[in-house]
Design a protein around this ligand. Structure first.
Ligand code: PHE
Length: 337
């Protein structure tokens, strides 16, 4: 191993075979380390004749420099290779389509109901609830609809027993709240109601929001102001609103409230039956008989009440022409909101 030619050849082979950077230091120690081949060969110069030593010494020095240079070059090469290997193994293909995240959406009825509640809350109305399985007393009697009253035919009631029924409107919640609280009060009562009726615009279960405001000087003007403000907030500031005389046993006077048809801009269409108007809610001044039923002083207090159908409002807002779509849970339909 003292021959420079042999050392170089062996080094070149071993360097070529090297594929791991860790091997470099081993190689370095073997060849140019303190006890490496070059050091051994330099030591062995002693045994050569004097005149041969300088030449041989220079050759060995050059070989040492060569080995040092090659080791540095090889290290660079190996770093480069390692880097490329890393790049390909950790490659992220940003053109691959992402995994679809399915997000639920709010049901259009929930959205509509939330909007309605928000508007009335901002006007200081509290939100109240009552039972869906209701006593005849709260659903009818206390609302000035006695047993033989023809108005009972207006609502196709699901009876459970003679006295227990599925509430046909949210008006019984008025009674329950007034029984417990003294005026002044401002409340709404959102919830499910039930009627034996089913077609494209009627569902046996649907949602209403009841409203009630009672105090010492509540007038029809307050009713108009509150409902107009509500409808313009919900349907837009330029929405035409009109009040038409109507009849409910629990209000007197009573009114039905219409808005200008949203679909035809009041030119007349199928939805508004060419009238240009859409009926949107029922309302009126609370009937003294109702106040008597809950023990309010009818000389002192007046109030107004109203009731609106959430499905009807949602159908108009989102231009939905079949009420059954709300209950079929079709994701293609629900995903649009
Ligand atoms: N309860 C009535 C209905 O369901 C609506 C209404 C409520 C009307 C309050 C006047 C006052 O048709």
């Amino acid at each position: 191993m003292e021959n420079p030619e042999v050392i170089k050849e062996k080094f070149d082979q071993e360097l070529k075979a090297l594929s791991q950077r860790e091997g470099l230091s081993v190689l370095k120690a073997h060849y140019i380390g303190k006890k490496g081949f070059i050091a051994e060969a330099i030591k062995a110069l002693q045994s050569l004749p004097k005149e041969e030593r300088p030449l041989r010494g220079r050759i060995l020095n050059e070989l040492k420099e060569y080995i040092e240079r090659r080791l540095i070059e090889k290290e660079k090469e190996l770093i480069e290779i390692e880097y490329l290997r890393k790049l390909t193994s950790e490659k992220i293909d940003i053109t691959i389509p992402g995994r679809l995240q399915r997000f639920g959406t709010e049901h259009p009825l929930t959205k509509t109901l939330k909007e309605i509640i928000n508007i009335f809350s901002s006007m200081g109305f509290s939100v109240e609830e009552g039972p869906e399985v209701e006593l005849d007393f709260y659903n009818f009697e206390a609302l000035n609809i006695p047993r033989d009253h023809p108005a009972r035919d207006m609502q196709d009631t699901f009876y459970i027993t003679d006295d227990i029924l599925l509430r046909t409107h949210t008006s019984p919640v008025q009674i329950r709240v007034m029984e417990k609280r003294k005026p002044p009060l401002r409340m709404i009562a959102p919830g499910k109601v039930y009627r034996c009726d089913a077609d494209v615009t009627h569902s046996p279960v649907f949602h209403q929001v009841e409203g009630l405001m009672v105090g010492e000087d509540i007038s029809m003007a307050n009713l108009k102001a509150v409902l107009e403000a509500f409808l313009r907030e919900l349907f837009g500031p330029d929405t035409p609103v009109r009040f038409r005389p109507s009849y409910f046993p629990f209000t007197e006077p009573s009114a039905e409230v219409d808005i200008g048809c949203l679909l035809c801009g009041q030119r007349g269409c199928r939805v508004c039956k060419n009238s240009g108007w859409l009926e949107i809610l029922g309302a009126g001044m609370v009937h003294p008989e109702v106040f008597k039923a809950v023990g309010y002083d009818i000389e002192r207090y007046t109030g107004f009440a109203f009731g609106l159908g959430v499905e009807r409002i949602a159908m108009l807002r989102y231009r939905i022409d079949d009420i059954r779509l709300f209950y079929e849970n079709n994701l293609m339909f629900l995903g649009q909101f």
